[in-house]
Design a binder for this molecule. Structure first.
Ligand code: PSV
Ligand code: MN
Length: 428
């Protein structure tokens, strides 16, 4: 069951005429307002965002989980699903693995398998927030009281070893980055010393950083709480920056859009980190209350647009070469549809941000003219760039309307027949 450009084109044969007309109308409207439709389309074409291996199955909460039909049973089947997703979007050319949720038996063979599907491997993610045989020396160690921050030397050593093993795996897969999100923290005031926990994480990250191969980056990802509910060691962007600086020159900060306390100005954090030269990567998702891992752009699309604007400023008008990943947990939708919608939302926000007249905006800012600045932002944000995003996909050999094409393809019914149903894919 494969999706490719040819198949998608035939599934969408009746879409072309409508698309062409919408594209002509949208392009001429944009040009009227001084934006270049061609530039927007080509920039969107260039953009790619990694699919998370842990979100190809239906997610769940501590209250339950309702797996969908034909969930992937192996890493290879997860790659098959990412290949289908990438065929639809043309913008998910890599996959980000989470170890040990996805532990390849034969990394060289898996790399080859991915290459045949046209996929590469993005940042590797290490998991020391759960106990499992490969990280805990066959059950002799527990991360219950922390991993890189643990008071116990052997526990910290085991957590460092796990990260080094993930780097080695990543090397064999062709990845060039390790992403570390730590759940370490405390649940009770007085349980541990903030300072000593922080120092131990800094020292552990330095040890991991020292093991990075040439050309590799180490990402630290902050999050204010959960599963630690009183304090988390890497709780905010300031702690993340301090730790990246302590770890070494190839350490960077990763911003997960859902890892901020309510009403935090995320776009300003992006700007600050970019200024320090330590902004490394993104986990895209959206949230209403906490780390909800909802579809990016589904709750706060204007915030996503403003984040994109900061990125474009950082990249001198183009998307900077950072590591972009989706990190969602979808409990209800078909995971491929959810990831296609996420990718579309990111492309859409990027296209809108590309429509902003940066020099006019800067002039309004320097002239202390907030009303004009707002006009410029809204002029771009209220544009209809959907046909341009669709055209970027079409030129990449992907679908004009990914979710519709996916449904027409009957991909899910096909994999459900092959894989069966009722089982749960590894991941969130
Ligand atoms: C933690 O909430 C997180 O955002 C980290 O990126 C993890 O690696 C991922 O979710 C999966 O648990
Ligand atoms: Mn994340």
């Amino acid at each position: 069951m494969q999706l490719n450009a040819e198949r998608i084109a035939s599934l969408e044969a009746d879409t072309n005429d409508r698309h062409e007309r919408a594209l002509t109308a949208a392009s001429s409207l944009l040009e009227l307002h001084g934006a270049s439709a061609e530039w927007v389309i080509e920039e969107v074409r260039r953009f790619t965002v990694a699919a998370p291996s842990w979100a190809l199955g239906t997610g769940g909460t501590r209250f339950g989980r309702f797996p969908g039909p034909g969930e992937p049973r192996t890493i290879e089947e997860k790659l098959d699903d990412v290949a289908a997703l990438n065929a639809l979007t043309g913008a998910n050319r890599t996959v980000s693995l989470h170890v040990p949720w996805d532990e390849p038996d034969d990394p060289a063979a898996l790399r080859q398998y991915a290459a045949v599907l046209g996929l590469g491997f993005d940042a590797m993610n290490s998991n020391t927030f759960q106990d499992n045989p490969s990280t805990t020396r066959e059950g002799k160690i527990t991360f219950k009281f922390g991993s890189l921050a643990a008071a116990d030397d052997a526990t910290r050593d085991a957590a460092v070893e796990h990260n080094v093993r993930v780097i080695e795996l990543g090397q064999q897969l062709g990845s060039t980055a390790l992403s570390i999100w730590l759940s370490d923290g405390t649940n009770h005031p007085g349980q541990a010393s903030f300072r000593r926990q922080f120092d131990r994480v800094a020292e552990s990250l330095r040890r991991i950083h020292d093991m990075l191969p040439d050309g590799w980056l180490l990402f630290t990802e902050h999050k204010p709480y959960e599963p630690a509910f009183y304090s988390t060691v890497v709780s905010d962007w300031g702690s993340s920056l301090l730790l990246a600086e302590a770890a070494g020159r190839n350490a960077r900060c990763l911003v997960d859009l859902g890892h901020h306390l309510p009403n935090t100005n995320i776009e300003q954090i992006v700007s600050r980190l970019a200024m320090t030269g330590r902004l490394g990567g993104f986990h895209f998702n959206d949230s209403k209350y906490g780390d909800d891992d909802l579809t990016v752009g589904s709750i706060r699309p204007y915030e996503l647009f403003l984040v994109m604007l900061e990125l474009l400023e950082h990249g001198g008008g183009m998307m900077p070469r950072l590591t972009y990943m989706i990190d969602q947990s979808n409990n209800l939708k078909d995971p491929i549809e959810d990831l296609a919608q996420a990718t579309d939302a990111i492309q859409h926000a990027l296209a809108l941000a590309l429509c902003v007249d940066q020099s006019a905006l800067q002039a309004a800012q320097e002239a202390d003219d907030p009303a004009l600045a707002a006009e410029i932002l809204h002029g771009a944000y209220r544009a209809d760039v959907r046909p341009l995003v669709a055209e970027a996909r079409r030129r990449n050999g992907a679908a004009v309307e990914p979710v519709i094409a996916y449904r027409r393809s009957d991909y899910r019914a096909g994999v459900a027949r092959d894989r069966g149903s009722g089982h749960v894919a590894t991941g969130l």
